[in-house]
Design a protein around this ligand. Structure first.
Ligand SMILES: Nc1nc2c(ncn2[C@@H]2O[C@H](COP(=O)(O)OP(=O)(O)O)[C@@H](O)[C@H]2O)c(=O)[nH]1
Ligand SMILES: [Mg+2]
Ligand SMILES: [Zn+2]
Length: 360
């Protein structure tokens, strides 16, 4: 029986898949299951399938292609109970991608989370509240293809949450900004609009801002205890393996902290333009088209700062992120060159074995 003949809503839809991903899975006829990666371990993956979760590995073919599934990925499992085989054999097309800065041996940046529709950038009233950090997160999220939403948590601790909201809105360029209290429930009802059935939301932000508290507030009691699993890696060292993808009762999915703080800005160049649309707009008025706004004559951006139209810290923040993105892009090019050289030499079996071993 192929998946096309199955009645009712497809398993992929229930896990947040879209029609493109469904169509890609429909090409598989035979002993295949569709699932979604909920967490990634050293060599294994937890995959949500209709009615439960399984821990599986990936096929050698995928590994040799350097295509590692990430949290949030929709995957195809080969399922042959008679031989005890159940493993990931394919990754379905991704609609959004968060990747780590440096490309690997295969020249592709390492994907750390996929298929996220909306990102809640979580900050908190108090010491964490920092507009420059918000701008950095906005650039990364814009570049991924996901929609950002800024949550100012711990509103219960703020003297004037509306003032914080206004300050965040000033750098958010139209992105929604909500003040909430995960602990006391204030404003939480407004999150519903972003938690539609089938949509996937990720929570990012510094440690301690209340991401886990937010997630727990959205989850029914029964699910909360399973959020963290202690595991031993066999060498006596402790590792905490955290389940990352949760299905809410309403049908939305939430990914808690997909490690986005590790993301560098090399892939965020496009995101910077969206985040600093006001600076880009002003730059159209600079005398030189390649003006770097670092003191050139006729610079409309500097003029805007002098006239008090553009906050000086915002320009500094923009310049810092652009420099960082340029630096990362340069590193990427160097990485690619190195890879090219390797290709010329030919990647022998030895090198392949080394790579397979090194990849966790
Ligand atoms: N006052 C207040 N404390 C909060 C709120 N949300 C979380 N916290 C507290 O902040 C601390 C860190 O929360 P946690 O969810 O672990 O943060 P995470 O590191 O982002 O996952 C905990 O002590 C929470 O109880 C809130 O809305 N108001
Ligand atoms: Mg947490
Ligand atoms: Zn300029």
């Amino acid at each position: 029986m192929t998946s096309r003949e199955q009645p009712g809503p497809s398993p992929l839809r229930n896990l947040g898949g879209n029609e493109v991903q469904e169509a890609a899975f429909a090409r598989y006829a035979g002993p295949y299951l569709a699932g979604r990666v909920s967490s990634r371990h050293r060599t294994a993956f937890d995959v949500l399938i209709p009615g439960g979760s399984v821990r599986v590995g990936m096929s050698g073919a995928l590994r040799r292609l350097g295509r590692a599934p990430a949290v949030g990925d929709f995957v195809v499992l080969l399922d042959q109970p008679e031989t005890g085989t159940r493993m990931i054999v394919d990754i379905l097309p991704r609609r959004t991608v968060f990747s780590r800065g440096a490309p690997g041996e295969d020249g592709e940046a390492q994907v750390i989370a996929a298929n996220i529709d909306t990102v809640f950038i979580v900050t908190a009233a108090g010491a964490d509240f920092n507009l420059r950090r918000l701008e950095r997160y906005l650039a990364v999220v814009h570049a991924s293809g996901a929609e950002p939403v800024i949550l100012i948590n711990k509103a219960d601790l703020a003297d004037d949450p509306d003032a914080l909201r206004a300050r965040a809105s000033a750098v958010a360029g139209g992105v929604p900004v909500l003040a909430v209290s995960a602990l006391q429930g204030e404003g939480m009802i407004r999150l519903a609009e972003f938690l539609r059935p089938g949509s996937t939301v990720a929570l990012i932000g510094s440690s301690g801002v209340g991401k886990s508290t937010l997630l727990n507030a959205l989850l029914p009691d029964a699910l909360q205890e399973t959020s963290e699993v202690r595991a031993h890696d066999g060498k006596g060292r402790h590792t905490t393996s955290v389940r990352q993808l949760f299905v809410l009762p309403g049908g939305a999915m939430v990914i808690d902290n997909p490690g986005l703080r590790e993301i560098q800005l090399h892939s965020a160049a496009a995101g910077i333009e969206e985040t600093f649309a006001d600076v880009i707009e002003l730059a159209c008025g600079c005398r030189y088209p390649d003006c770097r706004h670092e003191g050139e004559p006729g610079c409309a951006v500097r003029a805007a700062v002098e006239e008090g139209v553009l906050p000086g810290e915002r320009l500094m923040s923009y310049l810092r992120l652009v420099r960082e993105a340029e630096f990362q892009a340069e590193k990427t090019v160097i990485g690619l060159k190195r890879m090219e050289k390797k290709k010329w030499k030919g990647i022998g079996a030895e090198a392949r074995r080394f790579r397979d071993k090194g990849e966790h």
